[in-house]
Design a protein around this ligand. Structure first.
Ligand code: ADP
Ligand code: MG
Length: 375
């Protein structure tokens, strides 16, 4: 009986989505050499599909016959997993679709979700540990956050960031040939020529964090520029312009107590899970399904202190710095301003590795609503 119980949650039929392009382009060989032997040895039936282009995984998840599988596994970086989440939430039957267990086997440059899951299970980061966790049917619930900007909506499971971290994540793409050194190199470059961003973040603090920042007058927190925090009446569309699927959280803004922090900022970072990549612990106290996002905000700070913070990203110790505000929120809105100084420009807003907005127009607003859960 014990054996039966232990095997009860194990998957029998999996859809395995492989990204041959991500990371060091090793998705295909990881699948062949490290995933397939274990899957076949345990008698799990599978269908493998390679992604052919950007957003292909999202299309697959959107039109998939879910009765055929009891799990979707991505052999990829975080990007393809996020596409699958978005594809499922855009379905007419999204409420049942999000009950399908998802798995990730790290094969990308950014493997924050795989690292977060393995770390939480007390296991070292490795491809085979990720495969074993899937075979065993190890599951946990995960919050999904709705990111809304004007009429655009995006569902995020990892992070939202603006300022230094977004600039490094996105602008360093052109140094991909450097391999993993590109991030360290670009951090150094950015710190030497540090950008400070004006602007403001508004947030609804989680219990225990009501003292962070300043209280906000109701009239200024609500409905600025006609954007509300993902409420139904806003009828935001997803990236494909569809209004079918999960409509986003319904929030009565007037019932929430908003607070604010004012720039200039070095970096605004929101994490849903602890790790942003294998060795960057962005949000050390983040939990998968607590209903909150962890905010780590680096305030204006001397250049060499920023360098010190970047060195402490590995174990998350940077959040203890007096230059960092670390707290949990139910919802957050970013009102990005321009860079401090001449040649003022707006920054990039990056969610889960995707550029959500280029904030060259200061009236751009971002809202990050409270989450729903994948169970
Ligand atoms: P990484 O962590 O290296 O960024 P991801 O798996 O997150 O790897 O994928 C990165 C991007 O590659 C995603 O935006 C995805 O849509 C895209 N992609 C998937 N398949 C292909 C392909 N065949 N050609 C080009 N891009 C692809
Ligand atoms: Mg959380």
């Amino acid at each position: 009986i014990r054996d039966r119980l232990a095997s009860f949650g194990r998957p029998k039929r999996l859809l395995i989505i492989v990204n041959p392009y991500g990371g060091k382009r090793s998705g295909r060989s990881i699948f062949q050499n490290e995933v397939l032997p274990l899957i076949e040895a345990t008698g799990i039936l599978y269908t493998m599909q390679e992604t052919k282009r950007r957003l292909h995984a999202q299309e697959i998840a959107h039109s998939l016959d879910l009765r055929k599988y009891d799990g979707i596994v991505c052999v990829s970086g975080d990007g393809v997993l996020v596409e699958v989440v978005n594809g499922l939430l855009q379905r007419e039957d999204w409420e049942t679709a999000i009950k399908v267990p998802l798995g990730i086997i790290p094969a990308g440059t950014g493997n924050g979700m795989a690292q977060s899951l393995l770390h939480a299970a007390g296991e070292p980061f490795s491809i085979s540990n990720a495969v074993f966790a899937i075979i065993r049917g190890h599951k946990r619930a995960l919050d999904v956050t709705s990111v809304v900007q004007g009429k655009t909506r995006f569902f995020s499971v990892l992070m939202l960031t603006w300022g230094l971290v977004a600039d490094v994540d996105i602008e360093s793409e052109k140094y991909r040939w450097m391999g993993s050194a590109r991030i360290d190199f670009y951090v150094l470059l950015r710190v030497l020529n540090l950008r400070r961003y004006n602007g403001r973040v508004l947030f609804v603090p989680a219990p225990g964090y009501e003292e962070v920042g300043e209280p906000v007058e109701r009239s200024t927190s609500c409905k600025q520029n006609g954007v509300s925090t993902g409420s139904h009446e806003d009828k935001a569309n997803d990236r494909n312009g569809s209004t079918i699927g999960y409509p986003g959280p319904s929030i009565q803004e007037a019932d929430l107590e908003w607070r604010s922090l004012n720039g200039p900022f070095i970096s605004v970072w929101l994490g849903n899970v602890p790790f942003a990549s294998e060795d960057v612990m962005a949000a050390p106290k983040a939990e998968f399904a607590d209903g909150y996002l962890d905010a780590a905000i680096i305030k204006d700070c001397p250049r060499w202190d920023v360098m010190g913070l970047m060195v402490q990203l590995k174990d998350g110790a940077y959040v203890n710095s007096p230059y960092v505000e670390y707290f949990k929120v139910k919802a957050i809105r970013i009102e990005p301003g321009l860079r401090v100084g001449r040649n003022a420009k707006g920054g990039i807003i990056d969610s889960d590795g995707e550029v959500i907005a280029r904030a060259d127009e200061p009236e751009h607003l971002m809202a990050y609503g409270p989450p729903i859960q994948l169970t």
